[in-house]
Design a protein around this ligand. Structure first.
Ligand code: JFZ
Length: 449
């Protein structure tokens, strides 16, 4: 049984815990829309990084659900931190790559399911400062983000294979990786979680969101308590939907919702049904904020054997499609053990960035467009503007039709502004186009109301 004495909360912590209680008045007016920056940003970088990169295996799952794909024993996996020393890690380079891609926020794995902390937590020894690298990587990234004005969020895993109050660690993680909340020590694990969240929200500046990843039976993590603790420290911090209570946004994983999400329907790695028909266009009030997280290949962590890279064209189409249904796109990188982000990820992110340089007005700050489920093109909207993203060039004429299609005053190429002739009659619109597609990936037409 591991020594738990470190977890006795001090008087100061008790006071602030009290401050965090639901009875404490909200610091800032309840009605403030904390999601405005998030709705403007639309595109973020997810980073899965830890000692697992040394073995080029997926994060945490190889000890939870051992597989032939990642043949490593729990003992070998737990020893990886002793070999983790990313001497080429340059936090400013990470931020610069995200900026070059057009990504407007970053979300970093502070602790994944394996329980290893990429920050210098006072409540565990299983952390980055006890590796040959010694330095607090979360701290380095937070400083680089502050220097560049890049919003930073933290992924934090409630499941913790390393913590003796989360599960009986004398057993293999493959036997009890989902945690054992009925054990008498469970409350100590919730204390540990709250103390670590307090570290993350008091030592690294503004934290724009907490990306929990509660896996199954998330109610055991007392989400209400964790929300209170977070809100008491940083009222503006957004929280996702993976700690047993709704939170601020849905998290479809590795897929795009087939229709525009609406309130009341959970979306995550297993819940995929939006409960609405494909072309249903919800009112702003019905709409539910959401964010698809996705890998560039098929592995969240660095995996030298995974060459299944999506093309930059495919990734640009996915970004557009996500935006066309009102969502955010959190595209992942798994850095190498030396701290470098591999060329295949960099090439694709920079290619997306090139497209965004020319077309970002049709993505940032937009919401779902008036035409849904069309073949070969997608639409986003911002104010009185509608942006038509053409994937498959139709030739010299594009037909756009939708029930309540707004009346437009002009049509033009977004890039370059070349006016386009168009006819519009009761919900049907025909736009005259040049014979060749100006952009090989997606050509954007701006319709101004
Ligand atoms: C979760 C993590 O497990 C994964 O490692 C990654 O961090 C992703 C962003 O979020 O994804 C899941 C969650 C649950 C299952 C698989 C992947 N599951 O239960 O099979």
């Amino acid at each position: 049984m591991r020594d738990m004495s470190a977890y006795k909360p001090s008087r100061r912590e008790l006071l602030t815990l009290l401050a965090a209680s639901p009875f404490a008045p909200r610091l800032l007016g309840a009605e403030t829309d904390y999601t405005a920056w998030y709705r403007e940003a639309k595109f973020g970088m997810f980073i899965h990084w830890g000692p697992y990169s040394v073995a080029s295996v997926e994060a945490s799952w190889p000890i939870m659900r051992p597989s032939k794909e990642f043949p490593i024993t729990e003992e070998q996996y737990r020893a990886l931190p002793q070999q983790f020393n990313p001497t080429k890690f340059d936090a400013d380079a990470f931020v610069a790559l995200a900026k070059a891609a057009g990504q407007k926020y970053m979300v970093f794995t502070t602790k994944h399911h394996d329980g290893f902390c990429m920050f210098d937590s006072a409540y565990t020894d299983y952390k980055i400062t006890n590796t040959p690298y010694k330095k607090d990587i979360v701290g380095r990234l937070a400083e680089a983000c502050q220097r560049a004005g890049m919003p930073l969020g933290f992924y934090y895993s409630p499941p913790d294979m390393n913590h003796a109050a989360f599960r009986d660690t004398s057993k293999p993680a493959s036997e009890n990786w989902n945690g054992e909340p009925t054990r008498s020590v469970w409350p100590l694990y919730l204390d540990y979680m709250e103390l670590q969240l307090r570290e993350l929200l008091t030592r690294y500046g503004d934290v724009v969101l907490i990306w929990f990843d509660g896996l199954y039976n998330q109610r055991k993590f007392d989400g209400e308590r964790m929300h209170r603790a977070i809100r008491a420290l940083q009222a503006q911090t957004l929280i996702n939907n993976r700690i047993g209570i709704p939170g601020d946004f849905e998290t479809p994983e590795q897929f795009l919702p087939a229709a525009i999400p609406v309130k009341g329907k959970k979306l995550d790695w297993e819940n995929r049904d939006t409960g609405t028909k494909a072309n249903y266009i919800p009112t702003a009030d019905e709409f539910r904020l959401w964010e698809t997280c996705m890998t560039i290949n098929n592995t969240w962590a660095y995996n030298k054997n995974d060459q299944a890279f999506k093309s930059s064209r495919q990734l640009i189409h996915t970004l557009v499609e996500v935006a066309s249904r009102g969502g955010n796109f959190l595209l992942n990188v798994g850095p190498q053990p030396d701290g470098i982000i591999q060329a295949e990820f960099q090439e694709r992110l920079r290619a997306i960035g090139k497209w965004m340089e020319r077309n970002n007005a049709s993505i940032y700050g937009t919401t779902y467009g008036p035409v849904q489920g069309a073949k070969g093109f997608r639409t986003t909207a911002k104010g009185r503007d509608v942006f038509v993203h053409v994937f498959d060039w139709p030739g010299t004429e594009l037909n756009v039709s939708a029930e309540n299609l707004p009346k437009f005053g002009s049509a033009s190429m977004l890039e370059g502004g070349q006016p386009l002739e168009f006819k519009q009659q009761d919900g049907r619109m025909t736009i005259k186009l040049p014979s060749e597609a100006p952009d090989p990936d997606a050509t954007v037409i701006r319709l101004q109301g």
